[in-house]
Design a protein around this ligand. Structure first.
Ligand SMILES: [Zn+2]
Length: 224
C-alpha cells in the first residue's frame, strides 16, 4: 500500500486521521489515539514487555475510546487468555440443525468425531476422509460438513458474563467457525489426532494456535 503524503514509513496519513504502526518491535510513542489495535500482542512481551500497557495509555486523553487486542493463545496462562477471562467471555457457538439452539462452541473439538485407519508405512493413524461429523452435545444431532456454512451463519457469540458486554466485551473464535479450506473438518481431525497422541509442547502449541483462537475487544469509556 502506498502512503500518500506520509513523510514517515511508520504511518498512513489520511485526510481526516493518521494511522500509526507501532508495537511489537519498537517502543510505543506518546501519541494520543482514540482507537488502538494490538495484533498478536502476547508475543510483544519478548521485546517490550510494557508495550500492551503503554498502548492502553495512548487512549487516556479521550472521554470515549476503544482498545482492541487480538491473539492466538499460546499457553493456558497467556495474557490474552487471562484478559479474555476478565471480560464477558463470548464464545462463538454454532447452531444445531436438530434442536435449532446454539450448542456447539467453535473451539470444542471434542464434538467432532471420525473414524481413523492405521497407516503401516507411515506408522500413524490417519482420519478416514468423509467420516467426520459434528455432534450436538444436547440433542445428539449428527452434522455433516455440508451443514457447516448454515451452522456458522446462524451461529452467534454466547457470553458467559453478559453483564460485562458493554464495559469489557471479550470474544473467542475457534477453528470450527472457519470456512477456510485449510481448516476443513478432516484437517482439524488429523490435527486433533496428532496432538492427542503426543505430549510434545510444540505440537500442542501449534494445535492451540491453529484450532483455538482468541480475540479480545476492550471498550474503554474512561470509567476508571
Ligand atoms: Zn442439538
Amino acid at each position: 500500500m502506498t502512503r500518500p503524503r506520509a513523510k514517515r514509513s511508520d504511518r498512513y496519513k489520511f485526510s481526516n486521521e493518521i494511522v500509526h504502526f507501532q508495537g511489537s518491535g519498537q517502543k510505543i510513542i506518546s501519541k494520543s489515539c482514540q482507537i488502538v489495535i494490538g495484533d498478536e500482542c502476547d508475543s510483544w512481551s519478548a521485546e517490550h514487555p510494557q508495550n500492551v500497557r503503554d498502548l492502553m495509555k495512548r487512549t487516556r486523553s479521550y472521554t470515549s475510546s476503544m482498545a482492541f487486542l487480538c491473539c492466538s493463545p499460546s499457553t493456558q496462562n497467556a495474557p490474552i487468555w487471562e484478559n479474555f477471562l476478565k471480560g464477558s467471555q463470548g464464545y462463538f457457538t454454532l447452531r444445531c440443525k436438530g434442536c435449532n439452539e446454539l450448542t456447539m462452541r467453535s473451539c470444542d473439538i471434542k464434538n467432532l468425531q471420525f473414524e481413523s485407519d492405521y497407516n503401516e508405512a507411515l506408522k500413524i493413524y490417519i482420519v478416514r476422509k468423509g467420516t467426520e461429523r459434528l455432534y450436538c452435545p444436547i440433542c445428539g444431532h449428527e452434522h455433516k460438513e455440508e451443514d457447516k456454512e448454515w451452522m456458522i451463519q446462524n451461529g452467534d457469540f454466547v457470553h458467559l458474563v453478559p453483564e460485562m458486554i458493554d464495559e469489557r466485551p471479550s470474544f473467542q473464535v475457534g477453528a470450527l467457525a472457519s470456512q477456510l479450506p485449510s481448516l476443513c473438518w478432516s484437517e482439524i481431525a488429523n490435527f486433533a489426532l496428532e496432538a492427542g497422541k503426543t505430549a510434545d509442547l510444540e505440537i500442542q502449541k501449534q494445535f492451540d494456535n491453529s484450532i483455538r483462537r482468541t480475540s479480545l475487544q476492550t471498550k474503554d469509556d474512561k470509567q476508571r
